[in-house]
Design a protein around this ligand. Structure first.
Ligand code: GAL
Length: 661
């Protein structure tokens, strides 16, 4: 398990590079990422390449025994290129053009941009295919960052029509699949269909969903174009992309065939500030939110090869969230351990030195602008030494959490309540499982499930017969499945199913959804389960069991006395259905009950949300994301048995959490 750093040599005088790299080696850094956003340095004039600066840096890295991760520079097309081909610029749904002067101002579907991408990536791949210290590549940077996933330009319109033609073959099929009789939206030909640009009222949900799928497919194709060039140049190179925190607009599973593993960028004090409608806690502003980070680690680990990298790790204060608090003492080491405990192979800090120009002047580096060490440097060098001693083991998860990004897209287009954030529902269950000390694997709806005794599949909204059968077979052969509200409500083209929800999963659930409503805070929202009463929020269903047993009953409101939660025996397994959005206490009640039924060992008491344990190979980590101290018993190899505020400990063998106060 290694430490890396992101370095932008083009921001610094050439004479300084040797010192910087020598200092990186002294800090215990192994990987140095370079070349990101550097297109105008690589190709200062059209067709004239300048690779000498990269060659010089590679030679210095090699001299110090460091490895390089090269980046393709495509997140920042140079001025000469967009001036030559203004159609490269992305267009917003109201026609506004994303201009030059920042980054991510390109359209993924622009044929001319793809051509130039191919050109620059091929030149880089050819030039560096034999270069020694290059171990792999990061493609582009954070697809969709700054809200740039969707483009509505005329290139996209044409590509969208082709995509629809491929999918539906005839316009009649599309009209039927979408249901375009509604509000006179019938199309006579594919050529009449535009991207879902600005409209007075809501857009047609099937149109929106297909545009989202088309957009995702465009990014996947754009990524694959680059990956194939790099993989063909040197098959020892790894190829990855740095995804973003909780970025559900993209479907990372769709990148599987082109990436050796996924990476993501970890900014723990910024991310909690971006959750809509939620105020971050004081602790989260210093150290981050344990389960927001853990869920993303698990998600990106689930993309490919059961491993991931953190390609950008927050190094100190950052420039982009509303507030820029100083991370807690030791936080930059804490986050690296947290990532490694969840399966990261490498944690690479962003950036080596604080920048003295450009948009990110108020972003720390491991070292200050004058080159002297900042707090992140001390943490990073400490953690490099600590991680060096830890062998990298496997993650053994007993619970699988199924995430289906297209279902999230469809739900988000018709949320029915301001608080209906489907990712937050997923996180509710993740938190409940992690609160009992259990390791979670995130899987796609088509991944094998047999190795997990318990599968949680929240709101698989767009469930077709094949996916429903996959889940049913899992249950029949002895698995325990927990599904939740709005599952199987829609067809794959975002129309309500012909019968009742949960559509193709009805027999497995053993109940239908008789009624549903969204619930404002003013309503009483309670269910009774095993004689105790719990609150829920946001969404409520009244269920009509056929073969299922009611295990949770509405205890208030219009649905009082009606079933809210059911359990059905199917073959050798069982299927739970939860028709309400649980509060943390209700989620814990449900999860601990099902964990026991599935025979999975769990902690007797639910952990506070600020305390988490994570196991990898022979090691178990304890993380204190809070200010109350935590005392453990066990064989502590790093840290101490009493974890004060924001501390971590690494142990071997089993541990007991003794006291939290
Ligand atoms: C990331 C991005 C980096 C840098 C960083 C600042 O989202 O990938 O290039 O902008 O944020 O925190």
């Amino acid at each position: 398990m290694d430490i890396g750093v992101c370095y932008f040599p083009e921001h610094w005088p050439r004479e300084r590079w040797a010192t910087d790299i020598e200092q990186m080696a002294a800090a215990g850094i192994t990987y140095v990422r370079i070349g990101e956003f550097a297109w105008s340095a690589i190709e200062p004039e059209p067709g004239t390449h300048n690779f000498s600066w990269i060659e010089t840096v590679l030679a210095l890295l090699d001299e110090h025994g460091l490895q390089a991760v090269l980046c393709t520079p495509t997140a920042a097309p140079p001025k000469w290129l967009v001036d030559q081909h203004p159609e490269i610029h992305q267009q917003a749904s109201d026609g506004t053009v994303n201009g030059f002067g920042s980054r991510r101002h390109y359209c993924y579907n622009s044929p001319v941009y793809r051509e130039h991408t191919q050109r620059v990536v091929t030149a880089l791949a050819d030039r560096f295919s034999g270069a020694d210290p290059v171990s792999g590549w990061q493609i582009d940077n954070e697809y969709g960052c700054h809200g740039t996933l969707f483009c509505y330009c005329s290139n996209c319109a044409m590509a969208f029509r082709d995509w629809l033609r491929d999918r539906y073959e005839t316009i009649d099929r599309l009209n039927t699949a979408w249901g375009t009789a509604f509000w006179s939206q019938r199309y006579r030909s594919f050529d009449e269909i535009d991207p879902p640009r600005s409209t007075p009222a809501d857009h047609h949900p099937s149109h929106l969903l297909d545009y989202h799928r088309f957009t995702n497919a465009g990014v996947v194709a754009y990524n694959r174009l680059q990956a194939r060039i790099l993989q063909a140049a040197n098959d020892d190179w790894f190829v990855t992309h740095n995804f973003m925190c909780s970025h559900t607009e993209l479907d990372p599973f769709a990148f599987r065939d082109a990436l050796d593993f996924a990476s993501w960028d970890v900014y723990p004090t910024g991310a909690p500030q971006t959750v809509p409608g939620k105020q971050p806690s004081r602790e989260a502003l210093r150290i981050g939110n344990a389960d927001q980070l853990g869920l993303n680690h698990a998600w990106y680990r689930g993309v490919a090869s059961d491993r991931f990298w953190v390609l950008e790790q927050q190094p100190g204060t950052i420039n982009w969230p509303p507030y820029s608090p100083t991370p807690a003492d030791g936080a930059m080491a804490f986050w690296a351990h947290h990532a490694v405990a969840h399966g990261a192979d490498v944690v690479s800090y962003f950036r080596w030195r604080r920048c003295r120009s450009g948009q990110e002047q108020y972003h720390a580096g491991l070292r200050r602008g004058d080159g002297t060490p900042d707090r992140g440097y001390h943490d990073a060098s400490r953690v490099a030494a600590e991680l060096d001693g830890l062998a990298d083991g496997e993650i053994d998860a007993s619970v699988a959490l199924v995430i289906d990004p297209p279902s999230l897209w469809a739900l988000s287009s018709q949320p029915m309540a301001p608080s209906f954030d489907p990712w937050e529902q997923i996180k509710t269950y993740y938190t409940a499982i992690r609160g009992r000390g259990i390791t979670v694997a995130v899987v796609s709806p088509t991944d094998p499930l047999e190795s997990y005794p318990f599968v949680v599949a929240p709101s698989l909204h767009l469930l077709d017969a094949v996916r429903a059968e996959h889940l049913t077979q899992y249950v029949e052969s002895g698995g325990t499945l927990l599904t939740t509200l709005r599952t199987g409500e829609k067809t794959r083209t975002n129309r309500l199913v012909a019968g009742m929800a949960p559509g193709p999963l009805t027999a497995t659930v053993g109940a239908t959804v008789a009624e549903h409503e969204t619930v404002p805070d003013q309503f009483e929202t309670r269910v009774t389960i095993d004689g105790s009463t719990f609150e829920y929020h946001t969404w409520a269903e009244a269920l009509a069991p056929t073969t299922a047993t009611c295990i949770g009953t509405h205890a208030a409101g219009v649905h009082q006395h009606r079933p809210a939660i059911t359990r059905n025996d199917v073959g050798d397994g069982s299927c739970y259905y939860v028709g309400v959005w649980p509060t943390p206490a209700l989620a814990d009640k449900l999860i601990s009950r099902v964990l026991s039924e599935a025979g999975i060992d769990q902690l007797d008491d639910r952990l506070p949300d600020t305390v988490r344990v994570a196991s990898r190979g022979q090691y178990t980590w304890v993380f204190n994301f809070g200010t109350d101290s935590v005392t453990i018993a066990g064989d502590v190899t790093i840290g101490s048995a009493t974890l004060e505020a924001y501390a971590y400990a690494v142990t071997t063998g089993s541990i007991d959490l003794l006291e939290i106060h």
